[in-house]
Design a protein around this ligand. Structure first.
Ligand code: BGC
Length: 734
């Protein structure tokens, strides 16, 4: 046994016997990092060896990028252009934590002079629209591999805030409005990131569901409703993804800031979910020293970007001296950080900078995700796919001759190659607006070599209409830029609705292709036969769009969020500040629309294909505390394609007529049938009452329905369930 390991063992024994820890000057203590044991044991042993100063080092992160000349210079050891850096402790073999935003790809902070070029996936919402945990995992694994090659070991990913507010400027980073779908997709993406031996966060905990007033907004939702909505999405994603860190949010929840909120950080996260990792703050989301530490915050992030410095060593030391924080609390905070570093490979398999990246292979991962997430919203008269052969096609607007749009803010990924449309305002935070160089026009020309494809930029609607009139078919590209730190109107804006109407008036064979952060209103939808939602489609988005339009790939995405028909259908038609009451409670998205009987423009779960799918022979059985549904899925059309089979459940006294109970994405050849099995988590059959914590199943009849969307329902079966109560810490057996 090495001297270091002996020292570690002795230190652990000393701690157990209440003796003072070993002096810190053991010569070979750097080997303490190699000690055997579980991550918890190794972390606990390591803490014993640390001086107070060393422990405090782990609790404070710096912004990783210089900020406003003279205001803040990033520590020398930070990776350029990154979001964060926490120094290591070389004496003990603990590496620094190099943190990068990485929800969509490895991001570069806008302030950095030189941008790191990396592969962007389609938006988080696009990935959610695939309803495919495999695709989400593959995307996460790709990002994690690029991050590792760059020397990052903590990725600020796993964004899972529910879409309560369709105008939220960050909806594109998230995974939609349903807790089950969002939790499964975000969990898979986190697991993919961490398959590289690095940590992913899950964020932003919790109810950071709009950007307006995000530093002060106070989400007010009943505990029961929260447990069944926003918190359930986190719970499922944590179970499936096992993220090393949870990032607490900017906003307040129930009156207290998220990062000093004992209900969120102690009761929910630790007591009920038994979460073993550490809690880091969002950048500048801390407002106190002792209150935050005692409430369960382990690490403050981003010193420099925000001036907050509540976990500065002198402040923590003063709080210790004043008895406001106990020494054990500091040990616990340091141990939690270390535990994740051990559990996820940061110490055993350290990252190094400067490895090469296979951009070709990674672009293919991104393209596959984009193709799986593109949603064919409408296709009257089978206008799509575009016919091969000759003909005249007008492509109009949306910079389709240059590239595809991406969302802005800290998640912004800069492409290999250049911004295809530089100079669009805002060019600084929350910009720049970035178009990836993957032009749908070029890709269409390649796929349809015999067609005559012409472009009008759309700035002159009359000219665009003339081109459309002279063409067999017109494809209008509509874009909506959204970004962190702003919310956006539920509209395309900039005269694009009028452009679409002018083109449609000139040519009834008009297709609209949307690149939006989330839902938009479509005042023209009635007169447009074919509508495609491509979201922000990522680095190879132009190819993905062209392949979906031409039928090279059969669209298979389904909406992860309701597209409202009008603003007055929303639970809160106005964007608000301050106290944010959410009248919908647990009935987020389609549940609200169903409960109120509103007819959406396009419902949650909706998505067409160039083939047809039918279901029959639904069977339902009890399975553990939940249910399992089995159904035959047939591809009755003429093309191969993927379907998303959805199972909705209904129960007595629920907040809404239906909840998504489970789903499966299945790929079928023409004429092929598959019997799919869909497992229904018992939490989705229960109700959380504030007075009776946990999941209560009332005795009675529950309905299980197989469906193409939340509004296109198929066969149903009734199941009688006995009364049951699952405790707050119930977890699925996995
Ligand atoms: C965002 C986080 C992000 C952090 C670091 C904050 O503004 O809310 O999502 O990870 O910055 O860039």
């Amino acid at each position: 046994m090495s001297a270091g390991k002996v020292a570690l063992r002795a230190a652990a024994v000393a701690l157990a016997c209440g003796a003072p820890p070993l002096a810190a000057q053991e010569p070979a203590e750097v080997q303490a990092a190699d000690a055997p044991g579980s991550a918890d044991e190794r972390a606990a042993s390591m803490v014993v060896l640390m001086t107070l100063e060393e422990k405090l080092t782990l609790l404070k992160g710096y912004f990783g990028t210089d900020f406003t000349p003279g205001r803040f210079e990033a520590p020398e050891d930070a990776r350029y252009g990154s979001a964060g850096y926490v120094p290591g402790i070389p004496r003990l073999g603990i590496p620094p934590q190099w943190q990068a935003d990485a929800g969509i790809g490895v991001a570069t902070q806008g302030g950095a002079a030189e941008k790191r070029a990396r592969t962007a996936l389609p938006s988080g919402l696009a990935v959610a629209a695939s309803w495919s945990p495999e695709i989400a995992y593959a995307g996460g694994a790709m990002i994690g591999a690029e991050a590792r090659a760059d020397g990052f070991n903590v990725l600020l990913a796993g964004s899972v805030n529910l879409m309560r507010e369709p105008r939220n400027g960050r909806n594109f980073e998230y995974a939609g409005e349903d807790p089950l779908l969002a939790g499964i997709i975000a969990g898979a993406a986190i697991a993919g990131v961490q398959s590289n031996g690095i940590v992913s966060t899950i964020k932003h905990f919790a109810v950071n569901d709009q950007e307006t007033d995000r530093n002060n907004g106070n989400a007010l939702v009943d505990e029961g409703a929260l447990r069944m909505s926003d918190l359930l999405a986190f719970e499922i994603a944590i179970e499936r993804g096992d993220p090393g860190a949870v990032m607490c949010a900017y906003n307040r929840v129930g009156g207290l800031y998220s990062c000093e909120n004992p209900f969120l950080l102690e009761k929910v996260l630790r007591e009920d979910w038994d979460y073993p990792g550490y809690v880091m703050s969002d950048w500048g989301a801390v407002h106190s020293t002792a209150a935050s530490a005692n409430a369960g915050l382990d690490q403050e992030s981003g010193f420099g970007l925000q001036r907050a410095d509540w976990f500065e060593a002198v402040k923590l030391e003063a709080a210790l001296a004043a008895g406001e924080i106990a020494e054990e609390r500091i040990d616990l905070m340091a141990a939690r950080v270390l535990r994740s570093m051990f559990a996820h490979g940061l110490i055993d398999n350290p990252v190094t900078e400067g490895r090469s990246i296979d951009f070709g292979a990674n672009r293919a991962v991104s393209q596959r995700a984009a193709e799986a997430g593109i949603v064919l919203l409408k296709n009257d008269g089978d206008l799509l796919p575009l016919a091969g052969g000759g003909g005249r096609i007008a492509v109009i607007g949306g910079h389709a001759d240059k590239g595809v749009l991406s969302g802005g803010g800290s998640s912004q990924v800069y492409p290999d190659g250049t911004n295809a449309v530089p100079g669009i305002e805002p060019t600084t935070w929350p910009g720049p607006v970035v178009y990836y160089p993957s032009a749908p026009l070029d890709e269409l020309r390649q796929l349809l070599p015999e067609a005559m494809i012409e472009f009008a930029d759309g700035s002159d609607p009359a000219a665009a209409a003339r081109l459309a009139a002279a063409s067999d078919i017109a494809i209008v590209f509509g874009t909506q830029w959204a970004s962190e730190s702003i919310d956006v109107p539920l509209a395309l804006g900039e005269g694009q609705d009028a452009l679409i109407e002018a083109v449609a008036a000139a040519n009834r064979n008009t297709v609209v292709v949307l690149q939006t952060g989330g839902p938009v209103l479509m005042p023209w939808s009635g007169s447009i036969p074919a509508i495609v939602e491509a979201w922000y489609p990522g680095r190879a988005g132009g190819a993905a769009i062209a392949r979906a339009l031409t039928g090279e790939v059969n669209p298979s995405g389904h909406l992860p969020a309701t597209f409202p028909a009008s603003l007055d259908q929303l639970p809160h038609p106005e964007l608000r500040r301050g106290d944010l009451e959410y009248p919908e409670g647990a009935a987020v998205g389609y549940k609200w629309f169903d409960a109120r009987g509103h007819a959406p423009l396009f419902p949650f779960g909706h998505g067409l294909s160039y083939t047809e799918f039918t279901f029959d022979h639904l069977a339902v059985a009890r399975e553990g505390d939940g249910l399992v549904a089995l159904v035959d899925v047939h591809n009755t059309g003429k093309r191969a394609g993927a379907d998303v089979v959805q199972v909705y459940v209904s129960g007595p006294g629920w907040e809404a007529p239906r909840r998504l109970g489970g789903f499966a994405r299945v790929q079928l050849e023409p004429g092929e049938t598959e019997r799919v099995e869909i497992h229904i988590d018992p939490r989705l059959l229960g109700t959380w009452y504030a007075g009776r914590p946990g999941w209560t199943h009332a005795a009675g009849a529950y309905t299980v329905t197989v469906a193409h969307s939340s509004r296109e329902l198929g066969e149903s079966l009734l199941v009688e369930l006995p009364p049951m109560h699952l405790p707050p810490d119930w977890k699925p057996a996995r």
